[in-house]
Design a protein around this ligand. Structure first.
Ligand code: NI
Length: 350
């Protein structure tokens, strides 16, 4: 956040002293794409930033695009003869359309809701196409007649190539990744006939998966990886817990034979569920956990553990955030066979 603010301040400063306006045509798109690459590269290489990007509500990423109502300003400048038609009119209306559609999408609800993901994906592709068109047009006109595009190199519009457009392009890429991940999670309706249907479909899919799991490519690949690659680094719980903020989303940190070690942060109430085929181990790394069982409750404090036997219904609860290590076989879902919206993505490694 601070880095983002610092960048905005620098971009404004650079625009104010007129450095941007002395850039010659090919330099502007180079700066723009360079900054985009820096943002995406940071997301790729910095685990902290990546975890943040993967955890932030998708609607914030879409909300950023409301800034594209700036297209109206292009039209205004065209009206006053300070920007050429070929850039300002198609670019301006394109951005206004993308910003309006973003507003409509946000009003229509979260992309996690059934049927919304497709609309978000379509909008994302449209928005990316529009911004690339705007950048290419600006670059082309800049090369042909650099004076015609001079308004873009002075404040406030100089913030477009040096700040906003790189963020917009990068956010389209991040949104693409996030929407693809949502597809894998495939959250369905949580009540009524639809939920019953979705639960059965999920159950069938899961039984199918567990039957072929031992022989799946993924399992083979991970066995191979573990055999051939010994990491000489211990795994540190503190460091792992520092990589994410979201609660109720277990992250795999290690495997032993067919068992996975998962770290998770919990707070509040969960749903009643059981695991038909396996016991489940809870180790409290930090905080206080209460596990409600049908016959009573177990309190598990920092440095303590509890094993829930196979088939026993349970419901974790934590008044304040608790940090846990879970040990269970690969493929076990946090909600057992209950399904529903509390089901977290499985096999997510950090
Ligand atoms: Ni459980």
């Amino acid at each position: 956040m601070l880095i983002g603010l610092g960048w905005l301040v620098i971009a404004t400063g650079v625009g104010a002293v007129g450095i941007v306006s002395i850039l010659r045509p090919p330099a502007v798109p180079l700066v723009l794409f360079g900054l985009t690459a820096v943002v995406l590269g940071t997301g790729w290489f910095s685990t902290g930033f990546r975890a943040w990007l993967l955890a932030i509500d998708v609607r914030w990423l879409v909300g950023l695009h409301l800034t594209r109502f700036v297209g109206a300003y292009f039209l205004y400048l065209y009206g006053r003869g300070r920007l050429p038609y070929a850039f300002a009119v198609p670019g301006g209306w394109g951005d206004i359309a993308v910003a309006s559609l973003a507003a409509l999408l946000l009003l229509s609800g979260s992309p996690a809701r059934a049927g919304r993901r497709g609309a978000y994906t379509l909008w994302n592709l449209l928005g990316l196409a529009d911004i690339l068109f705007v950048v290419v047009t600006a670059a082309r006109l800049g090369v042909a007649a650099s004076e015609s595009m001079a308004a873009l190199l002075r404040l406030p519009l100089s913030l477009l190539p040096t700040f906003l457009v790189p963020l917009i392009i990068a956010s389209h890429v991040v949104l693409g990744v996030r929407l693809a991940r949502l597809k894998r999670r495939a959250v369905g309706p949580s009540s009524g006939v639809g939920a019953l249907w979705a639960r059965n479909v999920r159950w069938l899919r899961r039984s199918e998966q567990s039957a072929v799991h031992k022989f799946s490519n993924r399992a083979r690949a991970s066995n191979k990886r573990r055999r051939s690659h010994v990491s000489y680094k211990s795994i540190n719980f503190r460091q792992k817990f520092g990589l994410f903020h979201e609660q109720w989303q277990p992250k795999v940190i290690a495997e032993m034979n067919d068992y996975q070690f998962k770290v998770v942060k919990l707070q509040g109430d969960f749903i009643w569920h059981d695991h038909k085929d396996t016991d489940e181990t809870f180790i409290v790394v930090e905080g206080e956990l209460r596990i409600d069982l049908r016959e009573g409750a177990v309190h598990v404090s920092t440095g303590e553990m509890f094993v829930i036997p196979k088939g026993v219904e349970h419901k974790p609860y934590a008044e304040k955030e608790v940090k846990l290590l879970l040990i269970e076989p690969r493929g076990v879902l946090n909600t057992g066979h209950e399904g529903g919206e509390r089901t977290a993505a499985n096999d997510v490694w950090i």
